[in-house]
Design a binder for this molecule. Sequence first.
Ligand code: C5P
Length: 220
Amino acid sequence: PAAVIVAIDGPSGTGKSSTSKSVAAQLGLSYLDTGAQYRAITWWMVSNGIDVTDPSAIAAAAGKPEIVSGTDPSAPTITVDGTDVAGPIRTQEVTSKVSAVSAVPEVRTRITELQRSIAKSAQRGIVVEGRDIGTTVLPDADLKIFLTASPEARAARRSGELKGVDVAATREALIKRDAADSGRKTSPLAKADDAVEVDTTELTLKQVIECVVTLIEEKR
Ligand code: C5P
């Protein structure tokens, strides 16, 4: 079959990453975690002493780091100037600063170009997960999915991932980050008009994966 391009968007804690990786692995497609790219550029800004509360400083530095994403769904990788940053991009510091960095238009332009070139070179097709994939990055995707879940379900899933972290605090941080991502001017988190919305609140991960695989197979 021809290369299939799948966009999976939604707020944090909806199971986007687990779903996207699993679906890509099952169907032999590439996988791209675009949140990891925004986290990587944020990690670089923090590590290089850039003031992340200053959009003009972020804009001026946006072109400097070289970010490379490995697209094998069974072992995705991310490097910045050759350094593996898969661990450091998941810290609370990066998580709390990524929305400010990703809101800067120069950052988005840079990362969007990278995402388009990766999607274009995926021979068998690709599952790309993020916030603005269906609306901005790949508006011609063959299938667009928008995952949602109640704030309670999302916070519970995130707290489960981050061992020992308080659910109430996680819920607050998550709501704040989604509000920032949805409220920014440049390509905010949004459902594309032609996206299929899947509410995962009452579904197991296995059920969400089956649902997405079925939707992709219908398109092929
Ligand atoms: O998906 P993840 O939680 O790792 O994303 C981290 C952050 O990266 C988001 O909160 C958002 O600020 C930014 N992001 C974005 N556009 C995307 C993917 C992620 O702005 N396509």
